[in-house]
Design a protein. Structure first.
Length: 158
């Protein structure tokens, strides 16, 4: 369950928690940077998460059908070791789904692709057929806004 607050704050907190958890497992004396990310699909202020089963995926995709929604990704970079620096940011992209029939949605869900995807679709996969328009950062919708990740890594000299 994501923390309370805005979608951007929630995904940024989760990305930071993921990166910190990995950084904490780095042996003392080994320097490392850890990049963490978390992506959510937001419709009408509600975080959709990942569908737990086919029925949930169909419901999500029907809710999104023909509508605009946001894809929000939190990105965190954590330096391992005591006193390690941390940087975070969040990116939001608007996506408009195409109008799809129940049969098209069911056929997509039957591929199995929606089950580990926020909002139940993968813009970089077969789910691209369900997307009409992306307004903003495409790689954010995939799950890692590359320009933002690069900028955060640049702050660490990478």
């Amino acid at each position: 369950m994501p923390p309370a607050g805005s979608p951007a704050a929630a995904v940024t907190a989760l990305a930071l928690a993921k990166a910190r958890a990995v950084a904490a497992r780095i042996p003392p004396g080994d320097a490392a940077l850890v990049l963490g990310a978390d992506t959510e699909v937001v419709l009408d202020g509600r975080l959709l998460g990942k569908p737990g089963d086919a029925d949930a995926a169909i419901r999500m995709l029907r809710d999104l059908c023909g509508r605009w929604h946001e894809v929000v990704t939190g990105v965190a970079v954590v330096e391992s070791g005591p006193g390690g620096r941390e940087r975070t940011d969040a990116v939001s992209t608007r996506v408009r789904m195409a109008v799809s029939t129940d049969d098209e949605i069911a056929a997509y869900v039957a591929t199995g692709e929606p089950f580990d995807k926020a909002g139940g679709y993968a813009v970089q996969g077969l789910g691209a057929r369900l997307v009409a328009e992306v307004d903003g950062c495409y790689t954010n919708v995939v799950g890692l806004p590359l320009t933002t990740a690069r900028r955060l890594l640049d702050a660490f000299g990478v």
